[in-house]
Design a protein around this ligand. Structure first.
Ligand SMILES: Nc1ncnc2c1ncn2[C@@H]1O[C@H](COP(=O)(O)OP(=O)(O)OP(=O)(O)O)[C@@H](O)[C@H]1O
Ligand SMILES: [Mg+2]
Length: 251
């Protein structure tokens, strides 16, 4: 039986006259791995923001785990199992890998952490942090300050910060952007090895990377769904090729 975890019903996000997302309807099955592709400005990140509540939709509905979350604030959606990573890194540079994990687990800012925080993990926190760090291949870097990590390792740590919250739906916005080929292949391995019951929605421009990782692909163009199909039907799709050929990729 296939169970739906996320439903978007005619979701739109308008910024003044610009309809960055313009009537997107789709649903994602529990355990599915879905790619969201489309040229720059297609509305991919904005759609993530609508799903997570950062910019609530101006029209339409978002249903997560059977509940209408359209007007629910981001932290409540997170508490229900929704996690996302950002296109831009979002870490505390002066703290160690382990301290960043503890902050995420306790939902604290660095200031509160240094003023009131207890720097020791309890047994449950320790186990969760260790498991997430092992998953992202950072088990050996616990005591390293974030600023000492390579860019690729910082992206891996971001993933761990999401995983430690034990999400049921993980939204990844260009997790391999700006990485070297070696770093990319590590991130691909990590994503491939994530638990199969974790539902993934992944924004990624690199077709070679994405088509080998997902079950289905949604291609957005000018805020609308252009094509939604399994990877095998995307690679040779004329409409997809045309929207990508029109605009060069950013670095
Ligand atoms: N906060 C905002 N205010 C006004 N316009 C915005 C805002 N955020 C995004 N936009 C616009 O909405 C459109 C979609 O942007 P979005 O960032 O969702 O695209 P994207 O598909 O993620 O592109 P990229 O591949 O470059 O990351 C763009 O025209 C963008 O300029
Ligand atoms: Mg984007």
């Amino acid at each position: 039986m296939t169970e739906t975890i996320l439903t978007l019903d005619k979701v739109a996000v308008a910024f003044g006259a610009l309809r960055a997302v313009d009537g997107v309807s789709t649903s994602v099955t529990r355990g599915e791995r879905r790619a969201l592709i489309g040229p720059n400005g297609a509305g991919k990140t904005t759609l993530f923001n609508a799903i997570t509540g950062m910019y609530p939709p101006t029209e339409g509905r978002v249903v997560f785990e059977g509940e209408d979350v359209t007007r629910m604030p981001p932290e409540k959606r997170a508490a229900r199992g929704m996690a996302r990573t950002f296109q831009i890194t979002n870490l505390f540079n002066q703290l160690t890998v382990e301290e960043n994990m503890l902050l995420a687990l306790r939902g604290l800012s660095p200031r509160k952490f240094s003023l009131f925080g207890k720097r020791d993990f309890d047994a449950d926190e320790r186990e969760r942090a260790d498991r997430a760090l092992d998953r992202v291949r950072l088990g050996g870097r616990r005591d390293t300050e974030v600023r000492e990590l390579s860019y690729g390792e910082q992206r891996q740590l971001e993933l761990a910060l999401s995983l430690v919250m034990k999400p049921t739906l993980l939204l990844l916005d260009e997790p391999a952007a700006g990485l070297s080929p070696t770093e990319r292949s590590i991130v691909v391995e990590i994503i491939r090895d994530l638990p199969r019951d974790l539902t993934l929605v992944l924004i990624e421009h690199d077709m070679d990377l994405v088509l080998g990782l997902v079950d289905n692909v949604t291609c957005l163009h000018e805020g609308r769904i252009l094509v939604e199909a399994p990877p095998a039907a995307i690679a040779g799709n004329k409409a997809v090729q045309e929207v990508y050929l029109g605009k060069p990729r950013h670095a």
